[in-house]
Write a protein that binds this ligand. Structure first.
Ligand code: BMA
Length: 331
């Protein structure tokens, strides 16, 4: 039995694992949980992040408009299933107009640290890089300096300081659709200056785990367990019909998260349902958030489906960790 280190969340959205199901993650039976038009002028709502907030839930949603402009919108829910997403994008305030200028914003993660909700996202600044902001109430949003030089994507914060420093995973990339990509760890004393970069893990080139052979990127905020940080990530293979995005899981050392203890050879969820296989970008499952209940070990994962809608899936810390350990990728 493994333990989630964190707070109880008795109202976590939940469905039991279907009988005779042999994968470690199972889908919500009423998926997609958010449809493409659940905000009036959206073309698509996907790759979005939710957290417990005020007894219910709040989130930062990627809504691509009908102009296909990519931006972030706040949204609220009592049960994590029925969402009301604001019709106006988040307006950040901050110290420097240069940084506040919006080129594009997408794929947010939200992470509660100490006293506030930090938001990281892929921020256009002469190419994609990692934007950072924070909010206390999901009404007023403050933007800090970009974490890195372009080009970078999939910036994911750890929910507490490690060895006295904030920690972030990210994936150095390029200006385009990036045919490569490994996960790195960086640390910061103040959320502004990031350094001490360490390699965490990369693509796997062999036949045994080809689903993660082109690029990988961190997904939800890593989940603290008594055995290490449970990381859910995406892995990509390039095929004759383009990239296919699947979900994997790994366990990172608690004190030195750039050390990988286990990593799944097999994907833990892949595009199989129609809403995952058909959409603006077919064959994509892209996890960006996970709610956890420390009392029961339950985990609810929110993931983008085919760059069009948002799905919800469930697992427990035991289901996922057992699977990762049993199917460990030997490097
Ligand atoms: C990545 C990002 C994600 C997207 C994925 C599949 O490069 O743009 O937002 O889900 O491609 O299109």
């Amino acid at each position: 039995m493994s333990k989630i280190i964190g707070t109880p969340l008795p109202n976590i959205p939940w469905e039991d694992k279907p009988a005779n199901y042999n994968m470690p993650i199972w889908r919500y039976s009423k998926n997609p949980v958010i449809h493409r038009h659940d905000m009036p002028h959206a073309n698509s709502i996907f790759n979005s992040a939710v957290v417990p907030f005020n007894g219910g839930f709040a989130g930062v949603f990627r809504c691509d408009s009908r102009g296909l402009s990519m931006d972030l919108y706040a949204g609220f829910s009592d049960d994590g299933l029925n969402w009301k997403i604001n019709t106006e994008p988040i307006q950040f305030i901050g110290a420097d107009e240069e940084i506040l200028k919006k080129e594009y914003r997408y794929d947010a993660r939200v992470c509660f640290i100490e006293d506030r909700y930090y938001i990281t996202w892929c921020n256009g600044y002469h190419g994609p890089t990692i934007g950072i902001g924070y909010t206390f109430d999901f009404k007023t949003f403050y933007q800090l300096e970009n974490a890195f030089l372009p080009y970078n994507r999939n910036g994911v914060l750890f929910p507490r300081k490690i060895g006295g420093y904030y920690g972030m995973l990210s994936r150095p990339s390029d200006t385009g659709h990036t045919p490569f990509g490994d996960i790195f760890f960086s640390k910061s004393p103040d959320m502004e200056f990031w350094g001490h970069h360490r390699y965490v893990m990369g693509t796997f080139r062999g036949d045994a785990s080809a689903w993660q052979s082109t690029k990988i990127g961190a997904g939800p905020t890593p989940i603290e367990t008594d055995e290490g940080w449970l990381l859910i990530y995406h892995g990509v293979i390039n095929t004759c019909n383009g990239f296919v995005y699947r979900m994997g899981a790994a366990l990172l050392d608690l004190d030195e998260p750039w050390k990988v203890k286990y990593r799944s050879k097999f994907y833990v969820l892949g595009p199989e349902e129609l809403y995952e296989c058909v959409g603006d970008v077919p064959n994509v499952v892209f996890p960006c958030a996970a709610l956890t209940d420390a009392d029961t070990g339950r985990i609810a994962i929110y993931y983008g489906c085919a760059d069009t809608v948002t799905g919800l899936a469930f697992t427990t810390v035991d289901d996922l960790l057992e699977y990762v350990k049993k199917n460990n990728l030997e490097l």
